[in-house]
Design a protein around this ligand. Sequence first.
Ligand code: ZN
Ligand code: ZN
Ligand code: FE
Length: 726
Amino acid sequence: MGAAAHASTERRRFEVSGVVQGVGFRPFVYRVAQRERVGGFVLNDGQGVLIEAEGRSEALEAFGVALSTEAPPLARVESLTVRRLTPRGETGFAVAGSRPPEAVSGAPALVPPDTATCDDCLRELLDPADRRYRYPFINCTQCGPRFTLVRAVPYDRANTTMDGFSMCHDCRREYEDPTDRRFHAEPIACPDCGPTLSMPLDEAIGLLEEGAILAVKGLGGYHLASDAANESTVARLRARKQREEKPFALMAPQAERLAELTSSEIDLLGSPERPIVLVRRRDEAAVAPSVSPGGPWLGVMLPYTPLHHLLVADFSGPLVMTSGNRSDEPIAFDDADARRRLGDVADAFLGHSRPIHRRCEDSVVRSAFPIRRSRGFAPAALGLPVTARRPLVAAGAELKSTFCVVRDGDAFLSPHLGDLDCEPAYSAFRADLGLYLDMLGVEPEVIAHDLHPDYLATRWAQGQHVELIGVQHHHAHAAACLAEHGEAGPALALVFDGTGYGTDGTLWGGELLRCDLESFERLGHLEPVPLPGGQAAIREPWRTAAAYLERAGRPVPFEAWPKVRQSLKVNAPLSSGMGRLFDAVAAVLGVRERVTYEGQAAIELEHLACGVQSEPYACRITDGVIAGSDLVRAVHDDSAAGRPPAEVAAAFHEGVALVSAEAVAATGDPGTVALSGGSFQNLRLLESTRRRLEQLGFRVLTHRRVPPNDGGISYGQAAIAARRMI
Ligand code: ZN
Ligand code: ZN
Ligand code: FE
């Protein structure tokens, strides 16, 4: 080839990083190359996508622009670098084989989250003429498993749990055809060559109809499925799973018959992440009482895998689909482990032959914020307001445990692990962290941890031989809220939760802080009360109610009190937790004297107050200390006088919101207030506090992407540690 023939021809190398593997990026590049008539190739490497393109310079310009502006919906282009090369006279465009990660250095490519079955695949699934009609593992470049099946990058079939299935002729043809929707869809499969179920589907449906509990293998673990309308089955599931009253999640083809839905809830339910959405149940919903005993809320999700679509289509009525575990242990995902742990919970197993590489539980959202950020969201990166100078791991707290791995300015919050207070959870924590570090190519040089000396995550951190950064629990909550909004403070923060370890060794949880990502100042807090019996008081709110009533100078009506009162001398840690104040009020109102899961009393109190207007109870603040006993006294006196409990509950919620806003205003600081901590999962408290603060001229930040509860702690620790290492 003579130089003259290519006078106007250029060759450029494009390196694209971000979420660009497993999202149909190479076929997209191929189509753009065809359109712009450029030659060259595209391939996946360990860090992203590498393209060399050759053609007229205008064509290459248009090609480059299209790479970032027309990328497929699931892709996220983080950086695009361009370099000039010497033209080779290449006119055809090809998708080349991947380069192994050893061939390149730098951060590995990002693995995308799992995505719900797309509309195209769903249409084929239900089309009797399609060769994948009713095939439970249908997927394409726009949907299906990713995070839970990718073992390594580059994202190639050999690096997924599909490596044991060799493609049939027809699948191979689709996989290699750049114009096909399944071009390089790595988990591509069909009834001839792909994974199979361990039991015919009609047999599984028959078992469910007879009232059996079925362990169903999903994307990131096993579910326990049962007929949601069958009370004796659901009650049996509760007993076997050792879960007394915490609501079970439901899966149904539509949610409208089960719950009153707002338009944003409808959007959340149908989003590609397909979380469990907490929604207000309809009175007439055909659901057994044991699904959500006494609770106004149902956790509902729509089917998100082809197997789920087939199950809910064939089974008439909603299914309970609760995580395959006992109480709050991590979800079972390994086949042998599931058989062992769920063997006496489930009556039968609906398994399949596609291995799960990583555990990932369902996500849960309420209104605008996540309660559990897990499947569909993980492992997508969250930004940090400051870049971490060194690789970092944040170990999180204990309940609703997560960890967070930081690479530069990106924080990778792990899926929900469950409560980190038992050996199975602790080994899951270590195993999943290992997989995360491997996936991200991170070796931590710094570890951030909670100050609580007894948390297993803290103990784990202290056993690692790297630099440690201890972060106060409520500071981490506040930082999580600031950081997810891209802010570093200074700001004020109201952090309300059940329990967190304070710098003075007492339990905090009703905190007004002034903070930035570096440090905090405790400007105010709820007046501490003794928790008679310590942990026992958390399970039995009447104990805390008794302590509050004594402080309020009111009689204590609980029979066991004279005996328990003795424990005040030996075992009664002081707590300023807002969750404990809600517990106390629930017990005084007779809503609940004992709880079976965290937050239960507050949830029921919120429900009681729902839709009821009331003036707030008054509550004194002295030197920043909020006299919670004033509220308990008012609750006691009003209910003794016969005021309806719903009005009392409403006046209490408004009282907490009012005194919180007053405490903030009393600081004299103008500006921003972050609201965080598990107590702000209470929408009445959240919205009333927000409204009152905004009326006072404050700008209010609330959680949108990271849970307000302890599931967000590791992200807050990460933001603080990234700041402190500068
Ligand atoms: Zn699809
Ligand atoms: Zn096939
Ligand atoms: Fe907390």
